[in-house]
Write a new protein. Structure first.
Length: 326
């Protein structure tokens, strides 16, 4: 029996790109069995456009499930609603404004069928402008995914990568529906794709495809996008307050600690690292507002090796030393 695929398509005022996205889903060489459209209170023609596109495909079109929110839930809750309604073996996350290459799902299905222990697969993408023309670099290049990080992921150690930073983009992600048994509900402090990837990396194997199988559109109105940061962007980040970011990082780490017991047989190493990560983020958040007074605490964290384990050391240390706020 072949592996079936559900597409979790989340939308919010998705015109004018939604028709291109749905057309690319329907043109897959391995067609999904189901499309779950979860629309977050669109005020435009998004839902009707999806209905028309699927109906016009005729016989062999995927089953279409439509969920319409009268009041917007937000990105994370909308994706949670969508994946809960998916019924097939694999779930492909789908944004409203991208275009899939015809072999996107075929490549994923092939990998999952070859590796029964694989829980989640993500990948690179071609970044394009609003008109679909190439920006000139890929998603992995935009986020600065290094060869060492990619090797770590291929070696089955993506958990260690994700402890430092998220490298998984939902628009490129396919995962086994069985993962939802432990991943749901999504904590409010996490973005849905980051949480799903982290849980998958703890409870099973994940991997990344180097192939660029989607055109990931960047148009200025993306709810979550990707862009290669320049010097101006980096300097702007150093000028941002530490207060909100510190609270968010602590909340995320503590949410993961709280969920460990429900994830099944978690190794002692994983539990230790997750708890160390939470303690590290609490100490970072507690650094004084007065910048020079932070220096001893930053040095202690660096000597413990925590910055290297749980972040990108140079960037994180600069943030802790230079950003304003407590």
């Amino acid at each position: 029996m072949s592996t079936s695929v559900s597409v979790a398509l989340c939308t919010h005022n998705g015109m004018p790109y939604i028709e291109q996205q749905v057309a690319s889903i329907l043109a897959q060489t391995v067609r999904p069995s189901q499309i779950v459209l979860s629309d977050d209170a669109s005020a435009d023609d998004t839902v009707a456009a999806v209905r028309r596109a699927v109906k016009s495909h005729g016989r062999g079109a995927p089953d279409l499930v439509v969920l319409e929110n009268p009041v917007a839930l937000g990105v994370v809750a909308n994706f949670e609603q969508a994946v809960r309604a998916c019924t097939d073996d694999l779930i492909a996350l789908c944004d409203q404004d991208d275009v899939w290459l015809p072999e996107r799902l075929a490549a994923a299905v092939e990998r999952f069928e070859a590796d029964p222990g694989l829980l989640l697969l993500h990948g690179d993408a071609r970044l394009v402008h609003s008109d679909g023309s190439p920006i000139g670099y890929s998603l992995f290049e935009a986020i600065g995914l290094s060869r060492a990080e990619l090797a770590e992921i291929h070696a089955g150690r993506e958990f260690h990568t994700l402890l430092r930073r998220n490298v998984v983009t939902g628009a490129t992600t396919v995962f086994r529906r069985s993962l939802l048994d432990v991943a749901l509900p999504f904590p409010g402090s996490w973005v849905h794709d980051e949480w799903i990837a982290m849980v998958a990396s703890i409870t099973g194997r994940t991997d990344a495809l180097a192939a660029r199988l989607i055109d990931y559109r960047q148009h200025g109105a993306n709810q979550i996008g990707a862009a290669k940061p320049g010097l101006r962007d980096m300097l702007a980040q150093l000028g941002q307050s530490r207060t909100e970011r510190g609270a968010r990082l602590v909340a995320r780490a503590e949410a993961l600690v709280d969920r460990l017991d429900s994830l099944g047989a978690v190794s002692a190493e994983v539990r230790d690292l997750v708890e160390r990560k939470a303690a590290h983020e609490r100490r970072r958040r507690a650094l004084p507002a007065f910048r020079p007074a932070r220096i001893p605490g930053v040095i202690r964290e660096a000597r413990r090796g925590e910055y290297a384990l749980f972040g990108r050391p140079r960037i994180t240390i600069l943030r802790d030393l230079l950003q304003p706020g407590a």
